[in-house]
Design a protein around this ligand. Structure first.
Ligand SMILES: *[C@@H]1O[C@H](CO)[C@@H](O)[C@H](O)[C@H]1NC(C)=O
Ligand SMILES: *[C@@H]1O[C@H](CO)[C@@H](O)[C@H](O)[C@H]1NC(C)=O
Ligand SMILES: *[C@@H]1O[C@H](CO)[C@@H](O)[C@H](O)[C@H]1NC(C)=O
Ligand SMILES: *[C@@H]1O[C@H](CO)[C@@H](O)[C@H](O)[C@H]1NC(C)=O
Length: 539
């Protein structure tokens, strides 16, 4: 038993400091500073990993942005997440190793290689945060939003961590003889009080009782079901029909021969990501939707890229037959989509992309309204979003439902349908709008936690990539009355305080009896009896 134990100690020490055989004899400079450094980088990397995980919902947006710069698609977000997860695990392990050595009363001696890794890790995280603050601002409001879903659990985690750490703090307190011991205790008490009481500040729409829980938000298929089939193809929309979506969301452009078709990417990246345009027209320079006729566009393959790039890491879940179908997809015309929508009584909402080359924008809108009329679809199924010629559209096609990205524009037009990014409105505002009988659609909502939060707050519908997952969500991840939450956090805090008090008394008694033994032997502490902290915390 003893051997196994010392082997573990050796291993942990070896991994931390490369002193495999015996503890470091020499007194290293500033082991405490390096311990603090490990702790700080661990905290930083944990926070960074949290930010990455909650931004996972918007991975498509980041990858898309990088694609427009680099002109070649890669799942950068996954790479960043994997790297961050590895970095965080590494930091936490180092921290645990350090704490273990402290328990065994060994001297800490962080190896220089770890110092370098940690340094680069810290640079990576600080760089990542600055890039996010500078270039990807749109994701920042997601952080406070996510806390409304996670804060209660983060607080429980923090209380648990605090309870564990308290035993080290008390040990330091008992071993240090100077007045700084009280400083340590006061500091610890302040941090503890902050963590214990922070539930007073936590707010969430999910503090709600079952009887007040709003209806489940309806689902709108974002470019079809793009995790199960290539986006904006017939297969993708057919897959989304099986989710029971209320609407298809898509992106419309006009071809050279004035036929509206579905394609998200525009400008110079047009067709590059989702078709084999490079192989089909190797010599032609294609920079906009007006360079090709719909016949030429329809001859392109719009499915193979999906199997090759696997943008959502979901291709492995498809059957061989589904892959065959995916491989065979083409670009859809708006008319084809309207036929499908008509057949299933499903609404259609779309963004309209126009190029600068179009001299009269009106033509694009007119071509689209024409196509909609030709399809003979119930006009009540068209959720009209493009703002440019809304007045003309209202006059020409009076049956359309008008939906707005701009609240004041909606009010001016005396309409009641709103379509905004999920982190644009506060939870309070969404609740007010819903109380005012305004329908609120939020895009793009892919993750369960976010869907749960928006369900609690009463969103009417969400635009999503993952209708196949959200359709099965039967209730929000969590919801409870505020009174229940108050009881839980008070209980958790009380349990933690009790455990800490018990630890304090036990350690105090152990310390006293240790002192007595020391006096009986007529000596002060030996090296092994004297816990680590006392050596390094002496001022
Ligand atoms: C692929 O599509 C073409 C034209 O749409 C069709 O003729 C052919 O049968 C399809 N092949 C498969 C394997 O689905
Ligand atoms: C189509 O759906 C709407 C609600 O979205 C419903 O009111 C209407 O009755 C449905 N029509 C048919 C023919 O099912
Ligand atoms: C929203 O609409 C109002 C009124 O039409 C306009 O003044 C404002 O600039 C718009 N806001 C945005 C962000 O487009
Ligand atoms: C919203 O609609 C409900 C039911 O249709 C109605 O009872 C309520 O008065 C409406 N509220 C407002 C502010 O219009």
């Amino acid at each position: 038993m003893h051997q196994v134990c010392s082997c573990w100690r050796g291993c942990i020490r070896g991994l931390y400091s490369c002193n495999w055989r015996e503890p470091s004899r020499t007194n290293r400079k500033m082991p405490c500073c390096w311990l603090s450094f490990v702790a700080v980088v661990s905290l930083l990397s944990l926070s960074w990993l949290y930010i990455c995980l909650i931004s996972f919902n918007d991975q498509e947006e980041l990858n898309g942005q990088l694609f427009t710069w680099l002109k070649s698609w890669f799942n950068w977000f996954m790479l960043i997440i994997i790297f961050s997860a590895v970095l965080t695990s590494y930091c936490i392990l180092l921290l645990l190793f350090a704490l273990t050595q402290i328990i065994f009363g060994e001297k800490l001696d962080l190896h220089w290689l770890h110092k370098i890794f940690l340094f680069f890790g810290a640079i990576f995280i600080v760089g990542g945060i600055s890039v996010m603050v500078g270039m990807w601002k749109r994701v920042l409001p997601t952080i406070p939003l996510s806390l409304q879903a996670t804060a209660p659990f983060l607080q429980f985690g923090a209380v648990a961590a605090l309870t564990l750490i308290s035993s080290f703090v008390f040990q330091a307190f008992h071993n240090i003889k100077t007045k700084s011991r009280f400083l340590i205790l006061v500091l610890f008490a302040v941090v503890s009080a902050a963590i214990f009481l922070c539930p007073l500040l936590i707010q969430s729409p999910c503090f709600i009782e079952l009887k007040d829980l709003p209806e489940k938000p309806k689902l709108i298929a974002h470019r079809g079901a793009p995790m199960l089939a290539p986006e904006n193809t017939m297969m993708a929309f057919e897959r989304s029909v099986t989710c029971g979506v209320m609407a298809f969301e898509t992106d419309v452009q006009i071809s050279k021969d004035r036929i509206p078709f579905l394609m998200h990417d525009n400008k110079s990246e047009f067709l590059l990501r989702t078709t084999n345009v490079k192989e089909s027209f190797p010599t032609r320079s294609i920079t906009s939707n007006l360079d090709l006729t719909f016949g030429e566009i329809q001859n392109l393959n719009a499915g193979e890229w999906f199997l090759k790039k696997d943008p959502f890491w979901s291709v492995s879940q498809l059957s061989e037959e589904e892959r065959q179908t995916a491989r065979n997809q083409t670009v859809l015309s708006l008319l084809q989509l309207l036929e499908l929508a008509k057949q299933h009584n499903i609404s259609v909402i779309f963004d309209l992309y126009q190029t600068e080359k179009t001299s009269t924008d009106s033509d694009d809108t007119a071509a689209i309204v024409d196509t909609i009329r030709k399809s003979d679809i119930n006009p009540g199924l068209i959720l009209w979003l493009p703002p440019d010629r809304r007045k003309w559209v209202k006059e020409t096609a009076p049956g359309f439902v008008h939906i707005y990205s701009n609240l004041s524009e909606m009010k001016i037009n005396n309409d009641r349908h709103l379509n905004v990014k999920y982190n644009k409105l506060s939870m309070k505002r969404i609740r007010e709008l819903r109380a005012d009988n305004i329908t609120v659609n939020l895009w793009v909502v892919n993750e369960r936690w976010l869907f749960s939060l928006l369900w609690c707050v009463g969103a009417s519908s969400v635009t999503t990539n993952s209708c196949h997952l959200l359709k099965d969500v039967e209730q929000p991840d969590w919801f409870m009355s505020y009174q229940t939450y108050t009881k839980i956090w008070i209980l958790v805090d009380a349990a933690s305080v009790l455990i800490m008090a018990a630890l304090f008394v036990l350690q105090w008694k152990a310390h006293c009896s240790c002192l007595r033994k020391g006096r009986q032997r007529g000596s002060t502490f030996s090296d092994t009896e004297l816990p680590f902290l006392s050596q390094h915390m002496k001022p």
